[in-house]
Ligand binder design. Structure first.
Ligand code: 5GP
Length: 194
């Protein structure tokens, strides 16, 4: 998606060989107009699928999942990073290793909000090694829900998550795929759309 790629080139900061900082428009300060366009693009890509729920994991997936859910006019549910072990019988739980913090979180989602009748679109801001997506896929498996597709704003194509999730048969649509980024020069290149 040209609009997102141009914004990454303009405002993205290559922190190191693995991490791209987009805090000025995507996950600290949020450019609401840009996010609205991302939601519209996910709707265009997945509108033929019978999606009745959009799911993500807190915190940085929430805004983009919300604008997407608004387009589909369906609820959005986010998995919560569990601080307390409240009512374990009422929640699905899984473990996710945080890419940015390097620690493992328990994440939970209420059984009230995800079940076998649900057809979900999973949305997140980044795809790196795929741990956040594996956690969300695990929650949908526990719920017996159907995954209609996965929408990612920025995939780092040089990390293993995209290949591994696609190899499992899921449809993954990433709006920008970073092919390489150089912390020395700050140069970012994208995988060209085929
Ligand atoms: P994964 O679980 O695929 O390894 O990483 C995805 C999660 O880690 C995303 O939810 C995102 O919040 C965070 N993340 C991964 N890579 C980056 C990055 O380069 N920049 C930022 N800001 N967050 C990232």
């Amino acid at each position: 998606m040209e609009l997102l790629e141009q914004r990454i080139l303009r405002d993205g900061v290559v922190v190191n060989a693995d991490v791209l900082k987009v805090g000025s428009f995507l996950n600290h300060q949020i450019d609401a107009v840009l996010l609205d366009a991302l939601g519209a693009e996910f709707y265009r890509l997945f509108s033929s699928c019978p999606i009745n729920k959009v799911i993500t994991v807190e915190a940085s997936g929430i805004a983009i999942a919300y604008v997407t859910a608004l387009r589909f006019k369906v609820p959005m549910v986010f998995a919560k990073k569990s601080m307390t072990r409240v009512l374990p019988e009422d929640v699905y739980t899984t473990r996710v290793e945080s890419f940015t913090h390097g620690r493992i979180y328990d994440v939970v989602m209420s059984k009230q909000f995800l079940g076998p009748d649900d057809h979900v679109l999973i949305v997140d801001d980044f795809l790196a090694n795929g741990c956040a997506l594996e956690g969300l896929l695990d929650l949908t498996r526990q719920a017996g829900a159907t995954v209609e597709g996965i929408g990612i704003a920025i995939e780092k194509g040089f990390q293993k998550g995209g290949a591994s999730i696609r190899a499992q048969g899921y449809r993954v649509e990433s709006l920008a795929i970073v092919e390489s980024m150089d912390p020395e020069t700050g140069k970012i290149t994208f995988r060209s759309a085929c």
